[in-house]
Design a protein around this ligand. Sequence first.
Ligand code: NDP
Length: 330
Amino acid sequence: ATEVRLASRPEGAPSADNFDIVDVEVPSPGPGRVLVRNTWLSVDPYMRGRMSTAKSYVAPFEVGAVMDGGAIGEVIESHADGVEVGDVLLHGLGWRTHAVLNPAHAVKLDPEAAPVQAHLSVLGMPGLTAYAGLFDVAGMREGDTVFVSGAAGAVGSLVGQLAKLRGAKRVIGSAGSAEKVRWLRDDLGFDAAFNYKDEPVRDQLREAAPDGVDVYFDNVGGEHLEAAIAALNLHGRIAVCGMISQYNATEPTPAPRNLAQIIAKRFTMRGFLVADHEHLRPAFLDEVAPLVRDGRLVYSETVVDGIRQAPQAFLDLLAGGNTGKMLVRL
Ligand code: NDP
């Protein structure tokens, strides 16, 4: 068996040196436990936060410990009632080839219903994040103009499409390459999209949203947030999902310089965590699973093979190497 451990805490952008890849004995499951061989691992932006000790909503990874995370594994040995060899489980012990689980902390998946790894993306945490943030937190309504940053990523690509499907008047996305911008416009049905690296976000957004923005779904923060505030209409709503442009910052970052507009525009800005929206999961699956099944919701995966590539997959994710969900296949 092989596992990836946190070797040291990054200062600024992480690098391969922050990880150790270690060969270990295959662990042995005790009574009530099962052994899984992992088949899919998720790498996610929030893991950058867990690599540091800065106060956050999840505890930091310990140096020397395995980097936990969302994963899917197939049961190869079971000492637990109701779990058979061959069952496929969604669980939280990623970044390792084998894991011993308490099945109470895992969810059994039906491999016939959807490709299992969809439970790490469109039907899983990123999907629920998009759904909860857009509809519950931002209260998106028919006729809204919606702007989403990080639009070609796991969450953002779903936000834009869900907004269109629920009757948004106009959906605008920003992303970091010409190819991603093309994908948003041609394959995902965004009305407009731009590469934030080409010109100032504020100028490109003004051009893409001549009548202003009603809902901004923020994955990025910084310059994007400031530009969205400038473009926001009266009573606009901002759902703050993430601020990835600041995750590697070594100094406190400036607030949006135009925040005072919150008064005249009477806009709302709400941060949220997907974990607080678990109650929406049934409604989310009822609405989204059929859209995925019949292809009305497009989702993409960027797949990297092999446990030894997991650190690089994570570093590439932070640098924009993914379109849709970044996954590691074992
Ligand atoms: P993505 O699939 O969107 O991957 C991250 C993307 O961020 C990269 O592909 C890259 O795309 C973009 N990016 C990286 N650096 C920058 C930068 N400096 N400026 C602009 N874009 C940048 O990840 P997820 O969909 O999993 O997550 C999206 C956001 O949602 C993250 O901020 C994450 O922390 C947050 N999140 C929050 C949750 C919550 O409960 N609040 C739950 C899940 C995610 P590009 O090529 O476009 O630069």
